[in-house]
Design a protein around this ligand. Structure first.
Ligand code: C2E
Ligand code: MG
Ligand code: MG
Length: 570
């Protein structure tokens, strides 16, 4: 049996209320009627009791029926009550207006007696249920549109909406906000090696751990892949932001059990603040990103709060990245050549080819732009340009004059990770008819040497083909004596920093001396770079160092300049 319906009749007209009661009684409907004589009375009754349907007179003193519907619908906790409007007027416009305001049905008072009142009531209720379901569906869709299905956190879209609410365009934001961005380190590696299921579980565990560190009202979103954002309110100083970021970061450090394996995965964290750093929502997101980028660059698992220096650094990196692509496309890079001298005779025996940023207002040196190119893999294309350009120059000089000197070309270890580079160097040498023994390939040692089989194979095949292999910048950073034994190395260049004039100069010169002695014993050709003074030159001569390079002899210059000095001396 259908449960009894609770109906509230709100009508100031006693006669109409009576008609409704009578109709209900006549038809023996399973309906309980409560009467209210005014809008306020009706609202009062609604507070006391739950109703299924309200029969509401359109024409009430003081308050218009539509306003009443709107007021009712705006009331929280009204529950699932359907509204049927009653009116003496037959106006269709009025009926539509009532429905639009939130009523489910509209009936004429003149038809109250004839009408199947039960049907009207039940229909109104059904319609309401349907609308309610539709609304629920809408909420579900909204949920799907706003939530990340894996973690249940807000997604990027919702995050943007939240940020717009917190920091409106008109500058009417009410408080201090810190935006913390987190990016998991090595997530791709875990996903690739342990599979996506493990990756998913890791992300869920991470979001739970972060959530546990936050207060309930703090915004937390997954922006994509392994990137998360936390919006903290009421944070005023960079120290406070750093403290919260540190707390979150620490919570992530404990290993995570994934089935049989235990994983630890760290995160890089960047934070920026409004209005301390950024004055708009867009800038806040950008600056937090800059801070996160700085954390990544500082090595993984770091926390950084935005500061202006960071921005300068970021802009430079960005300018380099854009410039690299542009200048490559325009073939705008330049090349300088620096003489290499045989120290005992003072005779020039070759040139080192050094890449130059185009001669434009914003200038960068190789020590700054080569690492960027290595990081974003532009080094492969740039390296090919260098190889081609340097070998072509050597061929030109060989054709023009009786030139039997070598050209030294710097090759990044990153380039050697690709097997293509070996073929490219050989192919270019053959194309320009240049003998491999006139080409020195200068490679800087890095940690990559340790485990990278392709690098080892590349060096071996280049050496077997006849190119001379030179180990650049020896004595600083990553230098391993075992490489001198395990790799086919002919030449070793002692790093120029060993000549640095400071309080530890004496110690450094002793190292220089010892290294030179050891390398000579291993039958390596030893080169000293960065010779700037006669004193340094003499010192190298005394140590029996084979070749030298530095401003004392000549600075790196463009090919035309070298050619014009030849003409002068001819
Ligand atoms: P590097 O291969 O050790 O090159 C020697 C660097 O020392 C050059 O700097 C040169 O200009 C500088 N130098 C020469 N003589 C002196 C001197 O007497 N005193 C001082 N203080 N410096 C001197 P540059 O041209 O700025 O290049 C820096 C580094 O960038 C190079 O160090 C090399 O590692 C890298 N690099 C340059 N060109 C290329 C390239 O085409 N490809 C790759 N992969 N790396 C390159
Ligand atoms: Mg070099
Ligand atoms: Mg060097």
């Amino acid at each position: 049996m259908r449960r009894r319906l609770e109906v509230l009749v709100v009508d100031d007209d006693f006669a109409d209320r009576k008609i409704i009661r009578r109709t209900i009684a006549e038809k023996a409907l399973n309906v309980n009627v409560v009467e209210a004589t005014s809008v306020d009375d009706g609202l009062e009754k609604l507070r006391e009791q739950r109703f299924d349907v309200i029969l509401l007179d359109y024409k009430m003193p003081n308050v218009n029926g539509i306003e009443m519907v709107q007021r009712l619908r705006a009331r929280a906790g009204l529950g699932s009550v359907a509204i049927v409007m009653m009116s003496a007027s037959e106006s269709e416009e009025l009926a539509v207006a009532c429905l639009e305001a939130g009523a489910q049905d509209f009936i004429l008072k003149s038809e109250l007696q004839k009408l199947n009142l039960e049907r009207a009531i039940v229909h109104a209720q059904k319609r309401f249920e349907l609308e309610h379901k539709l609304h629920q569906n809408y909420l579900d869709v909204k949920h799907i549109a706003e939530k990340d299905p894996l973690t249940g956190l807000s997604n990027r879209h919702h995050f943007n909406q939240l940020m717009s609410v917190l920091i409106p365009k008109d500058g009417s934001a009410s408080g201090d906000i810190a935006l913390v961005l987190l990016d998991l380190d090595n997530f791709k590696f875990i996903n690739d090696t342990l599979g996506h299921d493990a990756g998913d579980r890791l992300l869920i565990e991470f979001s739970t751990r972060i959530k546990n560190q936050l207060r309930r009202h703090e915004g937390f979103a997954r922006l994509g892949g392994d990137e998360f954002a936390v919006i903290l309110t009421g944070i005023k100083t960079a120290e406070q932001a750093a403290m919260v970021a540190q707390r979150i970061h620490t919570a992530l450090l404990a290993p995570i059990a994934l089935g049989e394996t235990e994983l630890s995965c760290n995160a890089s964290v960047g934070a920026a603040m409004y209005p301390l750093h950024a004055k708009t929502k867009e800038d806040l997101v950008k600056f937090a990103d800059v801070a996160m980028y700085a954390a990544k660059r500082a090595g993984k698992g770091q926390i950084r709060v935005y500061d202006e220096m960071m921005h300068k650094d970021f802009s430079r990196q960005y300018d380099i990245q854009v410039g690299l692509k542009q200048h490559l496309q325009d073939a705008a890079f330049g090349m300088h050549f620096q003489p290499v001298v045989e120290l005992h005779s003072g005779k020039q025996i070759g040139y080192e080819a050094l890449l130059r940023w185009p001669d434009i207002a914003q200038h960068f040196v190789p020590d700054e732009f080569i690492p960027v190119a290595e990081k974003n893999n532009d080094i492969h294309a740039i390296g090919e340009w260098v190889i081609n350009h340097a070998i072509a120059q050597l061929a030109t000089w060989q054709k023009r004059i009786d030139f039997d000197q070598f050209i030294a070309i710097n090759i990044s270890p990153i380039q050697l990770q690709s097997e293509k580079v070996t073929d490219y160097i050989i192919e270019r040498a053959e194309y320009y008819h240049v003998k491999p023994e006139n080409i020195v390939l200068e490679i800087t040692e890095t940690a990559l040497f340790e485990h990278h089989q392709i690098i080892k194979r590349s060096i071996e095949s280049l050496s077997a083909y006849g190119f001379k292999i030179s180990l650049d910048d020896f004595g600083v950073g990553y230098s391993s004596i075992s490489h001198l034994i395990n790799y086919p190395i002919n030449i070793v260049k002692l790093d120029k920093s060993l000549f640095k004039m400071d309080e530890s100069e004496e110690k450094r010169l002793s190292i220089f001396e010892a290294l030179a002695g050891m390398l000579k014993r291993l039958n390596m050709t030893v080169v000293a770079e960065g010779i700037e003074s006669e004193e340094q030159f003499k010192f190298c001569q005394r140590l029996n160092i084979d070749h030298g390079q530095g401003y004392f002899f000549a600075e790196p210059v463009a090919a035309q300049q070298i050619e014009s000095t030849w003409l002068e001396s001819a």
